[in-house]
Design a protein around this ligand. Structure first.
Ligand code: IPM
Ligand code: MG
Length: 373
């Protein structure tokens, strides 16, 4: 029996291409693992009405962790139109399977390192080393949304907060509500993860990115919890910034920041900006991490127009493999992989189109493997 069982979820589009690259690298590293294919994505939505079939959840429950490629997500109405005819009238509604997985397995930390590797011509600056901690299970992506808005619910909202009466004129089908739910324990645990990481890796600051001057309750709660947690880490300074200003600061002085921590939607935004600072989504990896399970993925989407062409940069996926190896406790392998990735970037011989070259996805994987020896 292998030491690890890894759920293998390429998903859609270029997810399949970059997972092929991941496999080349994992096989060359000789990780003692069995890879269990699991169905996820657009095809299963269209044909079965469920992008995350129960059989996939069952497989995940038997695995050490999961590796995930990418997913195609479309807004509700567009998604409904692509269902097979038999399912068109079934009243199904699409929900992103990766968001579902994060909640289902309580993978509350979304760890998104964005590091400028020397020699990457796409670096915004060469001295950037950011790590985004995005809360991954609550906030505006909790999935608690209402449309049309029920009259009783509206009356209750008005009863508890008179500001809601400003929206009393809109008919139920002309108003939609999404809830931003933040719990004390949810806030506390993500901030704690950020501080633990900062301590372990020697970052002098943790920046809380919220908006407590407007989102007084949810961002306010997050800020209070962050201050409480920060008290346990006297050697690390807590900086508090607002999301809008932080976007400006990240462009102006990205080298001033290290660990950033924020709620779900702000984290989604901050992590794409941070990715662009170090070469774009082709270099940005994610770990969705809970207390005893995790799923690793590149931050990018499924880029349907490049699907199957082996054209895209697999570095983000391979950095996600590196995160997985670290999480599994295979620190030496993780280091070997990261050193090889950095070496390949520094050398500049093998470059995909985003870096101005014409190497393929798999060329990159092979060039990295060649550096293991
Ligand atoms: C990400 C992605 C997802 C998200 C999408 C695909 C649902 O943008 O991982 O950042 O919003 O979390
Ligand atoms: Mg995103």
């Amino acid at each position: 029996m292998s030491k690890y069982r890894i759920a293998w979820m390429p998903g859609d589009g270029i997810g399949i291409d970059v997972m092929e690259a991941a496999r080349i690298v994992l096989d060359a590293l000789n990780l003692d693992a069995e890879y269990i294919p699991a169905d996820i994505g657009w095809y299963f939505w269209c044909t079965e009405g469920d992008p995350l079939p129960q059989r996939t959840i069952d497989i995940l429950k038997t695995c050490s962790c999961g590796l995930f490629g990418a997913i195609t997500s479309k807004p509700k109405d567009e998604a409904a139109l692509e269902l097979v005819p038999e399912l068109q009238e079934a009243g199904l509604s699409y929900r992103s399977p990766i968001v579902q997985l994060r909640q289902l397995f309580d993978l509350y930390t979304n760890l998104r390192p964005c590091k400028a590797y020397p020699g990457n011509p796409l670096n915004y600056r060469d001295d950037i080393d950011l790590v985004v901690f995005r809360e991954n299970t609550e906030g505006l992506y909790s999935g608690v949304e209402f449309y049309p808005l029920d009259d009783d619910l509206r009356a209750t909202l008005i009863q508890f907060n008179s500001r809601m009466s400003r929206f009393n004129e809109a008919p139920g089908d002309e108003i939609a509500v999404s809830l931003r739910v933040i719990t004390k324990s949810g806030a506390r645990r993500i901030v704690r993860q950020a501080f633990e990481y900062a301590r372990k890796h020697g970052y002098p600051t943790v920046t809380l990115v919220e908006k407590p001057n407007v989102l007084r309750e949810t961002s306010g709660l997050m800020t209070r919890e962050a201050r409480a947690v920060a008290g346990n880490y006297p050697e690390i300074e807590l900086w508090e910034t607002n999301i809008d200003a932080q976007m400006m600061w990240l462009l102006k002085n990205p080298h001033d920041y290290g660990v950033l921590v924020t709620s779900n939607m702000f984290g989604d935004i901050v992590s794409d900006l941070s990715a662009q600072l170090v070469g774009g989504l082709g270099f940005a990896s994610s770990g969705n991490i809970g207390d005893d399970f995790a799923i690793f993925e590149p931050t990018h989407g499924s880029a349907p127009k490049y699907a199957g062409q082996h054209k895209v940069n697999p570095t983000a996926m391979l950095l996600a493999v590196k995160l997985m190896l670290n999480w599994l406790g295979e620190a030496e392998m993780a280091q070997t992989l990261e050193t090889a990735i950095a070496g390949m970037i520094a050398e500049g011989k093998v470059r995909t189109y985003d870096m101005g070259g014409n190497s393929s996805t798999l060329d990159v994987a092979h060039a990295i493997v060649a550096k293991f020896k």
